[in-house]
Design a protein around this ligand. Structure first.
Ligand code: ADP
Ligand code: GLC
Length: 471
């Protein structure tokens, strides 16, 4: 099986969220079960600088507004998975992140930048490919790659395509005026095409033209077929229900292993949990929390967006502190949420601490040092941190949605609440606080979680089955 995996971010090169984790791990896991899976990624500066050696592979012609581009070839860091890098300096060689400039504004030409990526993917999957290697399946991920199935369609290329939705909240919407820059035919701008409420939606293009659709958990696959989580696309998704599958993400169990985690000063496993308290001590010290081995310590790591429900947590902070608990938060995102988090920390010195920013090492230290982990997301296509938490014996407290509902079992491996409200979160927290006082019961919960297997092996096998069904 040969697969071209097209994505806009990959760990450890460039990451804004879980898509990067998946893109760094799934192709490697597929390689282990015999799939020749190659990754296509834009040549952002972070990619060109940090992927050594990257060699010129071939020229690629036929991209919109960019008659010739260079295709470079290397490997995903730490593996022998083939990585193709689309080198178009006019589109990708600029400061900032993959989608936004250094001020946090979207790059004004994003529609074109990702149309290039999508067209490159379609060309590489077509008989016009200069690679001398033809994928049997083109696997696209999220809106930046959504036009690829549309290009395949209008090029008359029969290579089957899979469109995976990692988050339906990001739909790649642009005014119709950009259409000519993308070299899509005018007739594509229709409800049976790339049009979405008078605009162009790159994600919708993928959902309409791809042969198969998938998302990153079975529950989310059901949720997005109706309002509100279908976010306007529920009609299309429901009409394609028979071609839509939910495959739960895995986690990188080498990167996330409490027994051998280079970001920690301690190591522990389900067999010997005693050293976890050293991680807690180190986290309290690093974050300026009172050194209190018995205080239930809650952790949270998230992009600070409405999706993640931080407002619910801020509503129950006083209760947590009142009950003798501590809270540590890590994340970055909306300015208003960041401000509210900072204010809350200032009100509870020594009990609530935060770091506003991106910090890989601290994210591992929170997973290891906290007793429990909060994920009150309003929706969560899969979610990775609850799985990291389970592996680290850090009991997850989650809203029953998407992948959270599929991975955490109420009262067995964590706490699950039904409504995305501060009240429901608080009731779950009270249960957790009560159980925490019963050391033996809490340990049982920790161990149950640590025994779960969320490695990529199972998910990779499911993708392979899906690919086989497509060819
Ligand atoms: P999403 O993709 O919606 O952001 P996921 O749970 O799938 O949510 O993945 C988020 C990933 O990003 C996790 O690996 C998480 O640890 C990481 N992450 C998010 N914010 C930060 C941060 N501020 N610092 C370090 N890691 C972060
Ligand atoms: C998205 C989702 C998250 C998921 C990740 C990887 O960013 O918000 O729930 O885990 O993609 O699939």
């Amino acid at each position: 099986m040969k697969v071209l995996f097209c994505t806009s971010e990959v760990v450890p090169l460039v990451k804004t969220g879980g898509l990067a984790d998946v893109s760094g791990a799934l192709p490697v896991a597929l390689g282990r079960i015999g799939v020749d899976c190659r990754v296509l990624l834009p040549g952002y500066p972070q990619v060109l600088e940090n992927t050594a050696p990257l060699e010129f592979h071939c020229d690629l012609t036929g991209l919109p507004g960019q008659p010739t581009a260079r295709l470079l070839r290397g490997a995903l860091p730490g593996s022998d998975t083939c990585l193709y890098v689309l080198d178009v300096p006019a589109a990708y060689d600029r400061p900032g992140g993959p989608y936004q400039d250094t001020q946090g504004e979207d790059h004004a030409d994003n529609a074109w930048r990702f149309a290039l990526l999508a067209k490159a993917a379609a060309l590489l999957a077509s008989p016009l490919s200069p690679l001398g290697w033809r994928p049997r399946v083109l696997h696209c991920n999220d809106w930046p790659t959504g036009l690829a199935p549309a290009y395949l369609h209008f090029m008359g290329v029969a290579t089957p395509s899979l469109m995976t939705v990692h988050n339906l909240a990001y739909q790649g919407i642009f005014p119709r005026e950009v259409l000519p820059d993308l070299e899509l035919p005018p007739e594509s701008f229709s409800i049976d095409g790339v049009e979405y409420y008078g605009n162009l939606s790159l994600l919708k293009a993928g959902l309409y033209y791809a042969g198969r659709l998938s998302t990153v958990s079975p529950t989310y696959a059901r949720e997005i077929q109706r309002s509100p989580l279908g976010m306007g696309l529920e009609g299309l998704l429901a009409s394609r229900a028979g071609e839509l599958t939910g495959i739960l993400n895995g986690i990188d169990s080498v990167e996330w292993d409490p027994a051998a985690d280079p970001h920690l000063s301690c190591a522990y496993s389900a067999r010997d949990l005693s050293d976890k308290r050293h991680c807690k001590q180190a986290l309290q010290a690093r974050m300026g929390l009172q050194a209190d081995p018995d205080a239930p310590l809650f952790g949270l790591i998230a992009r600070m967006t409405h999706q993640k429900g931080l407002d619910l947590v801020l509503d129950v902070v006083d209760g947590i502190v009142h009950r003798g608990g501590q809270l540590v938060l890590l994340g970055t995102g909306d300015a208003a949420i960041e401000r509210a988090v900072r204010d809350t920390c200032a009100r509870h010195p020594g009990r609530v601490a935060c770091l506003i920013g991106y910090d890989e090492a601290l994210s591992h230290q929170i997973e290891a040092g906290a007793d429990a982990f909060l994920m009150p997301s309003r929706f969560e296509p899969c979610g990775l941190n609850q799985m990291y938490s389970l592996r680290y014996g850090t009991v997850p407290i989650v809203h029953a949605t998407g992948g959270l509902a599929d991975t955490v079992e109420d009262g067995v491996t964590g706490f699950v609440f039904r409504e995305p409200s501060a009240h429901a979160l608080w009731l779950a927290l009270e249960q957790a606080l009560t159980l925490y006082a019963d050391r033996a019961a809490w340990r049982r919960l920790m161990k149950n979680g640590m025994q779960q297997d969320f490695s990529w092996q199972n998910s990779a096998q499911s993708y392979l089955t899906l690919y086989r069904g497509m060819v």
